[in-house]
Write a protein that binds this ligand. Structure first.
Ligand SMILES: [Cu+2]
Length: 169
């Protein structure tokens, strides 16, 4: 068969000599090899990007809103400071918030995982215990300078990491 084919090619004076055919096949093989190598490198880059960074131990945010400055000037109230605090197993995010003495503090408490509540020791602040996907709002006046712990009172959640700090300056 091969010999016949070669004879046919020669007799038909084909424009593609066997040498030219081999060159093309060789070039295609090299090209395919390069593609395979590039694909491998691309995959490694994706794997590297996929690595999750470690969780920060301390998180802190600025209040979402800072309004009622007029009331503050009038000496009626501190500023209204609103914070979003999310609970999950077993951490509050953020776990540190800072306000000024006399501020009205509004906590929008959401739960993205597990069953939790939000309690501030020594300030008589406590939300209901809520399920995943639920939220609760609690508002209080930061009456006295100091550092207050907030915790989740469910089971041993506080000991497992569900505690944070409210700083009143
Ligand atoms: Cu909890």
């Amino acid at each position: 068969m091969l010999v016949e084919d070669e004879k046919n090619l020669k007799s038909k004076r084909s424009s593609l000599s066997p040498v030219a055919l081999l060159s093309i096949i060789g070039a295609l093989a090299v090209g395919l090899g390069i593609l395979v190598i590039l694909a491998g490198k691309g995959w490694k880059v994706i794997e590297a990007l996929d690595m999750t960074s470690p969780q920060p131990t301390n998180t802190m945010i600025q209040p979402v809103t800072e309004v009622s400055d007029n009331l503050k000037k009038e000496g009626i109230l501190g500023a209204l400071k609103s914070f979003e605090i999310d609970a999950s197993n077993f951490v509050f995010t953020p776990n540190q918030i800072m306000v000024n003495e006399g501020d009205t503090v509004q906590i929008n408490f959401t739960n993205s995982q597990g069953i939790h509540n939000f309690t501030i020791e020594g300030l008589n602040v406590q939300t209901k215990t809520i399920q995943k996907g639920e939220s609760e709002q609690v508002t209080f006046t930061a009456g006295k300078k100091g550092t207050y712990n907030f915790t989740c009172k469910v089971g041993n959640h506080a000991a497992m990491g569900m505690s944070g700090t409210l700083i009143v300056n």
